[in-house]
Design a protein around this ligand. Structure first.
Ligand SMILES: Cc1cc2nc3c(=O)[nH]c(=O)nc-3n(C[C@H](O)[C@H](O)[C@H](O)COP(=O)(O)OP(=O)(O)OC[C@H]3O[C@@H](n4cnc5c(N)ncnc54)[C@H](O)[C@@H]3O)c2cc1C
Length: 450
């Protein structure tokens, strides 16, 4: 078992208020992140009884909001991407949630000065050219590394474009499938006041969720499924005896790197499903959370590109929700380098300070504090930030959408093609799996033993 990373000690702003599990559920949902919450809500709407088993002592998975210096700060997902197709945007609107559209304006910082208008224009142009080229190549050529489709004539901005796409992809573009890459409409993004994690925790209220309940194995040898708990502990009532809970079907929302490393299926999964799971790579994207009141960036929720120095931070989000908080993002390359040096969270803090000092001068950092550094890649319940499809593996998401034995469904961000790597995609996939399960179970009789 991996030791708990630093981010796991921060408490969520919205504490779970859940209800007891039914003694004999129709469906077990494993994991209470975006996908598990969506699945449980939809299954209950469809009249089925549900038991959600969650390893952590909180809900939300890779979306969690904590309170730092009086402000709500997300330590995982923060953007509601792809507004027109994100079900959490539509649901948020119908609930009157405090959504706001993300700013289109960005900051450009070149060396030790703000970027000029002509530099800004050249940077945007390079992005547009690269986007068109990759999208075109994806529709015309065989799969391969997405990096292959980056045009060579992007000039000085080419390196920056590759760095940003590598950051948001979760791996450098030579490790990302061309056929999987251009699948998310990044425009029309939203934020939610109070944080994305807090929003998901509100959606989980009154759901039948058992926290602190890791599942180690799923037995599907009989007619239904049996989830085996890590500690083998007993729970009162129903079928929850000797650390085993039985149901007619299961929706598994456990992140794929956890399925790869620390989860068993008895009997083993069919080969195509196993190969789909095993082929994903863990995407790496981490927040170094800055509290920096005097930062030179003005305007709420703006991305900042800092270029032209020895260190090139792949991305920043500044003045989050109009507070003195900013994210300094770590990509896979930097995180790997810090890990190989055994640097830990304080090493990430030193790194962020060194980069900022190079561009803004040490004097500008007098009021900088770094209250949190995430390490989702080392978190035993995520082992990465999202799942990345490497070249040649583009069919994996569709394979994972297929049920196994009419009683195991997978859901989660890894399944989503159109909203890959996102909480919105995970939620969509949770709804999709729940609909399939409800349709399937309504057409088959409940066996007498359940
Ligand atoms: C730093 C960071 C920033 C991000 N930024 C964004 C963003 O801005 N916008 C966006 O949309 N997405 C973002 N993402 C990605 C987003 O957080 C995920 O895609 C999404 O939350 C995944 O939801 P999920 O339900 O598939 O998985 P998870 O949220 O990981 O939920 C799975 C649940 O299963 C539980 N679990 C794991 N193993 C077991 C087990 N054995 N037994 C029982 N339970 C188990 C976990 O504890 C977890 O609660 C970001 C991620 C990170 C790490």
């Amino acid at each position: 078992m991996l030791p708990s990373p630093e981010h796991a000690r921060f408490r969520p702003t919205v504490a779970p208020r859940t209800v007891d599990l039914p003694g004999s559920p129709d469906v077990i949902v494993i994991g209470a992140g975006a996908a598990g919450i969506a699945a449980a809500r939809r299954l209950i709407e469809r009249g089925l009884s549900v038991a959600v088993l969650e390893a952590r002592d909180r809900v939300g998975g890779r979306a969690v909001t904590t309170r730092l210096r009086g402000h709500a700060v997300d330590l995982g997902a923060h953007w509601l991407h792809a507004g027109p197709i994100n079900p959490l945007v539509a649901l948020g609107r119908s609930r009157g949630e405090p959504l706001r559209r993300a700013a289109q304006e960005q900051h450009l910082w070149v060396g030790r000065r703000p970027g000029r208008a002509d530099e800004d224009a050249a940077f945007s142009r390079a992005f547009d050219i690269a986007d068109r080229a990759i999208t075109h190549a994806a529709s015309r050529t065989q799969d391969g590394p997405a990096a292959r489709a980056l045009p060579r004539h992007l000039g000085p901005w080419g390196e920056r474009v590759a760095l940003v796409h590598g950051l948001v992809s979760g791996r450098p573009l030579d490790e990302v499938s061309l056929h999987d890459w251009p699948s998310l409409e990044y425009g029309d993004n939203y934020f939610i006041a109070g944080g994305y994690g807090a929003y998901l925790a509100r959606l989980a209220r009154e759901l039948p969720i058992r926290l602190g309940c890791p599942v180690t194995a799923l037995d599907w040898s009989g007619s239904g499924v049996r989830a085996r708990l890590a500690d083998g502990g007993d729970f009162d009532g129903g079928d929850f005896h000797s650390g085993v809970l039985a149901a007619r079907a299961a929706i598994v929302t456990v992140p794929v790197p956890v399925l790869q490393a620390a989860f068993r299926f008895d009997p083993p999964l069919p080969e195509p499903t196993r190969a789909a799971i095993d082929g994903f790579l863990p995407g790496i994207y981490e927040h170094v959370v800055l509290h920096w009141p005097s930062a030179p960036f003005r305007g709420r929720d703006r991305l900042a590109s800092v270029v032209g120095g020895r260190h090139k931070p792949p991305g920043m989000l500044t003045r989050i929700d109009d507070t003195p908080f900013h994210y300094f993002e770590l990509d896979a390359a930097v995180a790997r380098a810090l890990d190989s040096a055994g640097a830990g969270p304080d090493g990430a803090r030193r790194f962020a300070r060194a980069v900022l000092a190079e561009h803004f001068g040490r004097g500008a950092l007098a009021d900088l504090a770094i209250p949190a550094v995430t390490a989702w890649r080392h978190d035993p319940w995520s082992r990465g930030s999202w799942a990345v499809v490497p070249p040649g593996h583009a069919a994996a998401r569709a394979t994972l959408q297929e049920p196994v034995g009419e009683r195991i469904w997978f859901a989660g961000e890894a399944n989503s093609r159109a909203q890959w790597g996102t909480a919105g995609g995970a939620y969509e996939e949770g709804l999709r799996a729940a609909e399939h399960v409800a349709d399937t179970l309504s057409s088959t009789a409940r066996p007498p033993s359940l």
